[in-house]
Design a protein around this ligand. Structure first.
Ligand SMILES: Cc1ncc(COP(=O)(O)O)c(C=O)c1O
Length: 415
């Protein structure tokens, strides 16, 4: 019996996907032309599945800072900050994050995933309680499992259910720590943060918010949902990632709680892994500066998201509940999602397929992420391609198709 026998079903599914021209879970880009365009097997494709919300991956200042850093500091740090030391860039980025959020403490992790592992597995001890929104990202679940706390889930975005769970824990010893996200990564819906904060206040629990998809997207200055809802003072820990609106890789946590710095010698996902390389740190610091100094990017992103969302609603697609930069079309089943995805790609549009267990309620999704770098023409082209492909797989009645695919080449994205 093979070691991989336990994956027999998954292996069969994966083999089937691998036998196709395009495998949605193993796609290779031959050239990235810009934040919104790439080449895949000699096909010029419009990118609508990247999380590159502000289009900063190709920003000249970001790219230059990365090149400078690699020249001066080399390609990598070759070790963890605890064992092998920090570079000036790590500390500068932490100061920049603390300043941006107006918090006393900031800690950088090597990925957003590790930020959740590192924070949740450490702040919640054996006798403490983590209370997670049921639709939490895998990194939140894995971080909870890595520690030794008791884990409870509450119904997605349901403050009453959270209140009920906290009431049940009222007499139980240990700290209670509630974990939510700003924008949820699968359907693009936001947390009802004001109501959740009220429940948190009444119960005396701590609150962690993962702003992975809302940093640079929501809030007057782009700090995320807590800023947008004006409840930052009630949030004890903000976790986030550099891999989306900041266009790099890495994660962070900011807080004002006394004693926070002890995490540097207590959090295993911080201590026992190599620190981020100089080029990534420099690019992220430059991207954060761009995020702060160019609010027009955020406005453009919101306009683009609304345009795509309303265009797809007009066509009759069932989407997530809010027009945020994550726009997910709900498909009847996994096979249709994969066929739809393939047909879109053949037609020149790259999106993402999201399937259970990554999705809530077993949904099959065609997931898109909008960028500030998309032009109006590109958004309209994406809508038109959805119309064309939707009619092809009989997902929308022909009568609803009013969009024509704009003619001509995909234009290079500007701001
Ligand atoms: C809500 C949430 N948290 C954390 C992460 C992990 O971030 P990263 O991919 O940068 O490790 C993701 C990634 O998709 C996410 O959606």
């Amino acid at each position: 019996m093979s070691l991989f026998e336990k994956f027999a079903h998954l292996t069969a599914v994966y083999r089937d996907l691998e036998s196709r021209t395009f495998n949605p879970f193993n796609i290779a880009f031959d050239v990235i032309l810009s934040p919104t365009e790439a080449m895949i097997q000699d096909r010029h494709v419009l990118l609508l599945g990247t999380n590159n919300y502000l289009g900063l991956t190709h920003d000249p200042a970001v790219v230059e800072q990365a090149i400078e850093a690699i020249r001066h500091f080399g390609s990598g740090t070759t070790g963890s900050r605890i064992a092998n030391g920090s570079y000036d860039g790590h500390m500068r980025l932490e100061r920049a994050l603390a300043d941006f959020y107006g918090r006393r403490f900031a800690m950088v992790f090597s990925t957003g995933y590790q930020a959740n592992l590192g924070i949740l597995s450490t702040i919640a001890g054996k006798n403490d309680h983590l209370i997670l929104d049921a639709d939490s990202h895998a990194s939140i679940y894995d971080g909870s499992r890595l520690g030794h706390a008791q884990v409870t889930r509450f119904r997605h975005n349901d403050p009453d259910d959270l209140a009920r769970r906290l009431r049940r824990l009222a007499g139980v010893p240990g700290d209670k720590i509630v974990v939510v996200e700003g924008i949820y990564s699968m359907l693009g819906d936001t947390a009802p943060l004001r109501e959740l904060v009220e429940v948190k206040r009444e119960s005396g629990a701590y609150l962690v918010i993962d702003e992975a998809h809302s940093l640079g997207v929501l809030g007057e200055t782009g700090r995320g949902l807590a800023e947008a809802e004006q409840v930052e003072a009630d949030v004890d820990f903000i976790v986030g990632t550099f891999s989306k609106s900041l266009g790099g890789v890495g994660g962070f946590c900011v807080s004002d709680l006394d004693g926070f710095e002890v995490l540097r010698v207590a959090s295993r996902p911080y201590m026992f892994t190599a620190s981020l390389p100089p080029a990534v740190i420099a690019a992220t610091t430059a991207a954060l500066h761009q995020l702060r100094s160019r609010p027009a990017l955020r406005r453009q992103l919101a306009d683009n998201a609304k345009r795509l969302y309303s265009g797809l609603i007009d066509l009759g697609f069932e989407l997530g509940p809010e027009p945020n930069p994550i726009v997910s079309a709900i498909m009847p089943d996994a096979q249709t999602a994969i066929t739809f995805w393939t047909n879109l790609l053949q037609a020149g549009l790259y999106t993402n397929v999201s399937l259970p267990p990554a999705t809530p309620r077993g949904l099959a999704l065609l997931r898109m992420s909008v960028s500030a770098a998309h032009t109006r023409h590109q958004i309209d082209r994406a809508i038109a391609l959805f119309a064309e492909v939707g009619r092809g797989v009989e997902l929308i009645p022909a009568a609803r198709i009013s969009h024509q695919v704009p003619r001509g080449e995909i234009t290079i994205a500007g701001e």
